[in-house]
Design a binder for this molecule. Sequence first.
Ligand SMILES: *[C@@H]1O[C@H](CO)[C@@H](O)[C@H](O)[C@H]1NC(C)=O
Ligand SMILES: *[C@@H]1O[C@H](CO)[C@@H](O)[C@H](O)[C@H]1NC(C)=O
Ligand SMILES: *[C@@H]1O[C@H](CO)[C@@H](O)[C@H](O)[C@H]1NC(C)=O
Length: 423
Amino acid sequence: MAVSTTTAPGDQLHGNNGNHVMGVVSNNKISQNSYPSGGGSRNFVLRRRSLEISAAVFLGIAVCCLVLYRSLYSSAGGLLFPGYLFSISRGSSSLQAAANRPEITSPVPESSDPELMRVLKNATRTTGGPMSSLPSRTVILTTLNSAWAEPGSILDLFLESFRAGNGTHDLVDNLVIISLDQKAHQRCQAIHPHCYALTTPGVNFTGEAYFMTSEYLLMMWRRIDFLASILRLGYDFVFTDADIMWFRNPFPHFHKDADFQIACDQYTGHRGGGSSTDRRNRPNGGFTFVRSNVRTLQFYRFWYHARHSFPGMHDQDVLNKIKFDPFLDAIGLKVRFLDTAYFGGFCEPARNLNWACTMHANCCVGLGHKIHDLNVVLGDWKHYMSLPADSRGSASLTWRAPQRCRYVSGVDFRSCSEFCLFF
Ligand SMILES: *[C@@H]1O[C@H](CO)[C@@H](O)[C@H](O)[C@H]1NC(C)=O
Ligand SMILES: *[C@@H]1O[C@H](CO)[C@@H](O)[C@H](O)[C@H]1NC(C)=O
Ligand SMILES: *[C@@H]1O[C@H](CO)[C@@H](O)[C@H](O)[C@H]1NC(C)=O
C-alpha cells in the first residue's frame, strides 16, 4: 500500500470488499476502524472532507499504521467476519501462508453437486416465462456470512429493498443465497426458499475456528471458482453483494450484447471520454451479470488462474490487472462496464432516484456504518415511492447518504504495502 497524494481528482482509493481494516480520517483525526463488513462492498474510498495538508500527513501515518494489519488486509480480501478482529494478532505472515497454500480444489465439483442443481432448478423454474422478469435459466446469486445474516443486518435490508423497489418484488423468487458458514445458512433457511451452503476445503465450516483463521483470501477465490461452476451448469447469473439495494429491475439496463457486465466504483463516462467499453473504468465485482457461454467459461478460468500471478491479491484487484490483458480480446469476450447513473454506490452515488436501479454501500468501512447508511437509503427510496408521480420526476431527488460511510481521495490503500513498510 502506498500513500499517493498525486492521485488524480476523482481517482479515489478503494480497498476491496470493504472488508479490511482501514484507517479513517475524519476532521483530521485518525481513527482505526476495523469492522467486519461482509462479503460485499468491494471498495472503500475514504472521503477527504477537507484537503488540508495536515490531513494528508495524518493520513500517511494512519496508512502506515495499517502495515500492522497488512497481513490481515491481504488475507481478508473479501469477507469480513466478526472473529477477524481477533485474528489480527494471529494473522502474521498470512500473505506468505496464502502463497504457500495448496490449490483450492473442491472434493466434489459444484457442477455435479445434486443439491446445487436442485436449488438452481427451483429458483429458475419461472424464468423465461410470461410471469417472470428474468430470461430463462437466469439466477440471482448473493453470498452471505453470519455477520450479515444477523437480524437487522445486511440481509434483512437487502430483502427489504426488493419489497420496497418498483418491479423487484418477484425477483426474490429467483434469488439464491450462498451461505459461507453454518449460522448464515440457518438464518437463510429460516427466511428464504433458496439457500445453498458453500463449503471451502481447509476452512472449518462449523467452528469458531473458521473466524479465527486467515482463510479469507481462499474464500474470495472460492467464490470465483463457484461462479464459474454456475456458468458450467449453463446458468446465466446476476451476482450481487448483499449490501446492494435493488430498487428497479436491472435487466432493461443491461447491455444486450455483452458476455460479462460489471458495476463500477467510478464510471469514466461521467468524467468525459469514457464509455461502457472503456477498460479504464474501475469495476466493482459486487455486481455482475454474466452469460454462460464458451467465452465466459474461458474468462473465469483465466481469472481464477491469474491469482497465481498476483499472490495475496483478491479477485477484484486481479480483475483490475487482467482487464487489459490481450487474452480477453483473443477469446472475443464482450465486456461492458455499467453506468453508475443506474448502478450506483457510495463511491459515486447515482444522483437521480428516477434512474437508480441499484445502490451499493461500497466505499464504506464498517458494518455499523454500512447498516446505518443503507437504512437512510431505504428511507429515501420509500419516501420517493410515496410521492405523487409529478413530484417524483423532480431532478432534485437525491440520496441523503453516504453519511457515516466515508472515503478519502488521494490514498491508495491497496498499493500501500511497500511504501508503508519503510515509512
Ligand atoms: C422451491 O421454491 C419454492 C419457492 O419458490 C419453495 O416454496 C419450495 O419449498 C422449493 N422447493 C424445494 C424442493 O426446494
Ligand atoms: C470444526 O470446529 C468445531 C467447533 O470448533 C469442531 O467441533 C469440529 O471438530 C471442527 N471440525 C473439523 C473438521 O475440524
Ligand atoms: C414503477 O414502474 C412503473 C412501470 O415501469 C411506472 O409506471 C411507475 O411510475 C413506477 N413507479 C415509480 C414510483 O417509479
